[in-house]
Design a protein around this ligand. Structure first.
Ligand code: KIV
Length: 260
């Protein structure tokens, strides 16, 4: 059966009715596979810096990297909403944020995501006023890993809880259609999910968010050298790949014909 195209407005309207399973994709085949599996929101995340490009963190990812991978994913023409991450330092001012968001949209993104709350509100407003759907990202902000020093759970103290609530309400008021909550304590993530009228999409933030997002490579085991503590991989693709490659290499070594 033909699936209808999913929009940001539709996902926003799922609040309280349907959960939003969200996964990352950085290329054409994975976007097609996730779309065929019925995933409604596909994120071309800057996590590609680690799981595809071999960097130690996301701060090395450039806007040109994101455009390249968003374009590859967009060629799959998914029914899912395709969101592109604005990489570090591509949204330092409202003007720069708008130029960067428009470049991702020109590459095929249907919405953009950026990290931060009240600190980036003028940027969010510029993007939303230009008619580009915006996905927020609060909690642990990987683009700030050098200031933070380590990946740390957010919301453990009262000032952190209050800051998260204020940031989330500000993003909602600025027109974000949903907000990712990364490594937020489960009680605070539950509170935000209750208080917000837009969906929350959690990653390592407990079961009470309106959706969940994972890096697909963590879920299916194509990046086995590091798996976050909150991920239970559903598949070990790396083992099958190694076995297939070793078996083929052995066939070649044994002199087996490799072409018909
Ligand atoms: O870059 C990314 O993949 C993300 C998700 C993990 C939320 O931001």
């Amino acid at each position: 059966m033909e699936r209808a195209k999913i929009t940001a407005a539709e996902l926003r309207s799922w609040k309280g009715r349907r959960r939003i399973p969200t996964l990352t994709a950085y290329d054409h085949p994975m976007t097609r596979l996730l779309d065929e599996a019925g995933i409604p929101l596909i994120l071309v995340g800057d996590s590609l810096g680690m799981v595809v490009l071999g960097y130690p963190d996301t701060t090395h990812v450039t806007l040109a990297d994101m455009e390249h991978h968003v374009a590859a994913a967009a060629r799959a023409k998914p029914c899912a909403l395709l969101v592109g991450d604005l990489p570090a330092n591509s949204y330092d001012t409202p003007e720069q944020a708008l130029v960067s968001a428009r470049r991702l949209v020109a590459a095929g993104a249907e919405a953009v995501k950026a990290e931060g709350g009240r600190g980036i509100l003028p940027q969010v407003q510029a993007i939303v006023e230009a008619g580009i759907p915006f996905l927020g990202h609060l909690g642990m902000l990987p683009q700030h890993i050098h200031e933070e020093g380590r990946y740390r759970i957010k919301g453990k103290t009262e000032p952190e809880r209050e800051a998260l609530v204020a940031d989330a309400l500000a993003l909602q008021a600025s027109g974000a259609f949903a907000v990712v909550l990364e490594l937020v304590t489960p009680p605070v993530a539950a509170e935000l999910s209750k208080r917000l009228e837009i969906p929350t999409i959690g990653i390592g933030s407990g079961p009470d968010c309106d959706g969940q997002v994972l890096v697909t490579n963590d879920l299916v085991g194509t990046f086995p050298w590091f798996t976050p503590r909150f991920v239970k991989p559903n598949f070990q693709a790396f083992a099958g790949i190694r076995d297939a490659v070793e078996a083929w290499a052995q066939e070649v070594a044994n002199g087996a014909p490799t072409t018909p």
